[in-house]
Design a protein around this ligand. Structure first.
Ligand code: PMP
Length: 380
């Protein structure tokens, strides 16, 4: 089979220079050379996180850093609010339950963003809440939360605001400091354009105060240990050296393009993708669409699982299907990381042709034209 294209919301395509960095000869981590690389990586992460807070890096998938947030901020019996309107929001509740934290789930209809005033009400009704767990980009539904508004609300209370930005960071705006986001969790395999295996977490002063009081068990993911080592430009345990070296390169690419330009590019791609799908009659699932992942409803009469499989077998295009109750009902196209504008007409073209082959009435080229109309606008 010919070319293959990764349009999944993680892992995403890794640019050639980042792949080359992964393949560099391994260096030892207790060296000045590694310390310099790690310091550069930390500065680059602060740039993308838009924070002056320290950003801790762990060899783990994103969930590892999410788990570390619960274990480092809270104590058994503490109360926390978990906003859940998708698979990943639910993960916060599951993690709290695993650690004996009393989670109050705030259920949001899937496909919709949480109404910030509901969080305000919960905080008012229950001043014991120590943390509010939210998701910036809910990858299972393509929904973006209004963190600026939520941040303003939580900042007025003693609670810490903890954000899963695993698929959001670098794909959609995440102003950690300006929006009062106390803890922001990211992962390497999304808009940061790396293979899976690294997780990062930024921690504010307000969050560090909670860390001081936390008594939940932790060892590998102990933030205090990670921070005291970070101050010495290193890590407490053997880091994923090759991924750190590669992260330096992917952060260099983001800096070269500039974060603003990268976010604007990804916003254009997402807009073009939405326009392309809508033009061929595909309904969008998310009512607050996030930039990094566009979610379409599988049209009537088409089996979602088969559609996703045929995109792969017929055209080498990998998109994601739906999870949990959305299995077979939606498909998810990533518009993040190193994907570029011309990748969007390509994926829309494959969607059109696959639906056509499956017997769904599509005016071939209509979606591509709609995507092109967005992308043909001059870049501001
Ligand atoms: N949160 C979100 C929003 C995600 O998209 C993902 C990965 N799909 C995760 C958490 C979990 O990350 P990982 O699979 O790297 O543990």
């Amino acid at each position: 089979m010919g070319k293959k294209y990764l349009f999944t919301p993680g892992p995403t395509e890794v640019p050639p220079s980042v792949l080359a960095a992964c393949a560099e000869p391994i260096i030892h981590h207790r060296t000045l050379e590694f310390e310099q690389i790690f310091a550069e990586v930390n500065e680059g992460l602060q740039y993308v996180f838009e924070t002056s807070n320290p950003v801790l890096t762990f060899a783990a998938s994103g969930t590892g850093a999410m788990e570390s947030a619960v274990a480092n901020l809270l104590s058994a019996g503490d109360e926390a609010l978990c906003v859940q309107g998708g698979k990943f929001g639910e993960r916060w509740t599951e993690l709290c339950n695993a650690y004996g934290v009393k989670a109050t789930p705030l259920d949001v209809e899937w496909g919709k963003a949480v109404e910030p005033s509901l969080i305000e009400k919960q905080l008012k009704d229950n001043p014991a809440l120590k943390a509010v767990f939210v998701t910036l980009s809910e990858t299972s539904t393509g929904v973006r939360s209004d963190l600026e508004a939520i941040g303003k609300i939580v900042a007025k209370t003693p609670a810490a605001l903890v954000v899963d930005a695993v698929s959001g960071l670098g794909a959609t705006r995440c102003r950690t400091d300006a929006w009062h986001l106390d803890v922001v969790v990211a992962g390497s395999q999304k808009a940061l354009m790396l293979p899976p295996g690294l997780a990062m977490v930024s921690v504010s002063d307000k969050a560090w105060a909670l860390v001081e009081k936390s008594t939940l068990p932790k060892y590998y993911f102990d933030w205090k240990k990670a921070k005291s080592n970070l101050d010495k430009k290193t890590t407490p345990f053997t880091p994923a050296v090759s991924l750190i070296v590669a992260l330096r390169e992917s952060l260099r690419l983001i800096r070269e393009e500039t974060l603003d330009a990268a976010l604007a590019r990804q916003a254009r791609m997402a807009e073009a993708c939405r326009a392309g799908l809508e033009a061929i009659g595909i309904e969008l699932y998310s009512q607050s669409p996030v930039e990094g992942v566009t979610v379409g409803k599988v049209p009537e009469g088409i089996k979602g699982g088969d559609f996703v499989k045929r995109l792969w077998s017929d055209f080498g295009i990998k998109v994601a299907g739906g999870q949990a109750q959305l299995k077979g009902k939606i498909f998810r196209i990533a518009t993040m990381g190193s994907l570029d504008c011309l990748d969007i007409p390509l994926v829309i073209s494959a969607v059109e042709m696959t639906l056509h082959r499956m017997g769904y009435p599509v005016e071939l080229g209509k979606g591509v034209a709609a995507a092109e109309k967005v992308l043909a606008q001059p870049v501001q």
